[in-house]
Ligand binder design. Sequence first.
Ligand SMILES: [Zn+2]
Length: 122
Amino acid sequence: MNNSCRNCGARIRGRIDKKFCDDSCRSAFHNQVNGEMTSVMRNTHRMLRRNWKILTRHFNRGEYVLDYDRIHQEGFNANLVTGYVLEESRIKYRCYEYTFELSPDGCVRFDKYNLKDYEVGE
Ligand SMILES: [Zn+2]
């Protein structure tokens, strides 16, 4: 276990799991790491990650057709996607390795794709 501050390298006193010597070192480190990300980008990433977690949880339960209101309540935001796929003249939206469709009946149907079939740029 490295017991030095990740920002300034100073030796850390106190709890063994501390990564920074104080709050100013913590925020300086995170500002540097995230410096090129705007708050809009951070929020977008966070929401995409939340969508992905929700889809993953349901996928692992074998639930591939979901009531939109229900997953919206869980925090799913269908406005944020990572891409789309055209399939038989239907648009499926992508959330990383998942695709989902919004049906007129208020359901979300989703599936998981092998990412290499849908490389970015194709
Ligand atoms: Zn420090």
